[in-house]
Design a protein around this ligand. Sequence first.
Ligand code: ATP
Length: 300
Amino acid sequence: MISIRGVSKIFQGEKAVDSLSLTVPKGTIYGLLGSNGAGKTTLLKTLAGIYRPDEGTVTVGGELVFEAPDVKRRIIFMPDSPYFFPQATVRSMAAFYRSIYPSWSEKRFEELGTAFKLDRKRKLSRFSKGMQRQAALWLALSCTPEVLIMDEPIDGLDPVMRRQIKNLLFQEVADRGLTVLISSHNLREIEDLCDHVGIMHGGRMLVEKELDDLKADTHKIQVAFRDQRHAGALAAKLQILHQEQRGSVSLYIVKGDRERIAQAFHVYEPYVFDLLPLTLEEIFIYEMGDAGYDAQPILL
Ligand SMILES: Nc1ncnc2c1ncn2[C@@H]1O[C@H](COP(=O)(O)OP(=O)(O)OP(=O)(O)O)[C@@H](O)[C@H]1O
């Protein structure tokens, strides 16, 4: 389990990460979203033990990360641009990783070789951006880490490879309890990958949610009544995140139990009533609005 408690990281007097706490249970995939400069990369590097936190603690499996080289060897950090040695090939990088990571698995490296159809003897610098990302993930997963931290991992990958990588990550999580932390700018892209999602802004965590709960708990309702006197009564009974009028139809975003919400509306005998699913993006926009933030500059 990853536990981040009250962590701050300060650069030239400015807090890039500001008193942030976060728990990622073992065997889950956590998606970190946020605006440019929100502090995502700084948080990921602090978690990986690259930066020492200026305040607070970062532990993996109960052990402090920065202070413990053994713990760092159980974590792999994949930066947004993969780094390879000059002239390196998959084969020579594999030899390097093998020498550094005690958990390196030759068996896993060979198995994954069938998924990533890359020439092991070709210079990595000659690979395309997407191929370099594939190579980086091939090497990372072959280390069988406990924690995999990925900064913008899906960028530059074609749809087929994206799906394959998603399946590989699910498999690693299910088979051996890998814990994954992913930073991304695109909510839609990580919607079907992550079980938890958090949104950062200004070094802080604005909203953090478990996706299944979130999706089951927030509803969009399009409704039209003959009698308009229901509005105040509904607001008193339900947790309404947003309401707008579109001609004669009202749009409500409401949190709570689906049945209870439907009953509350039906008391006022609407002549139009539709309860519709929300996209994750919509949920976050309304949740952030409720928390007093304008989501538009934060979510892309
Ligand atoms: N090594 C550094 N030295 C000084 N300031 C830094 C350093 N790294 C990051 N920062 C500052 O910390 C803040 C957070 O940056 P960070 O890279 O963590 O954001 P981010 O959320 O990953 O952004 P993006 O989505 O644009 O990649 C920014 O204001 C940035 O300028």
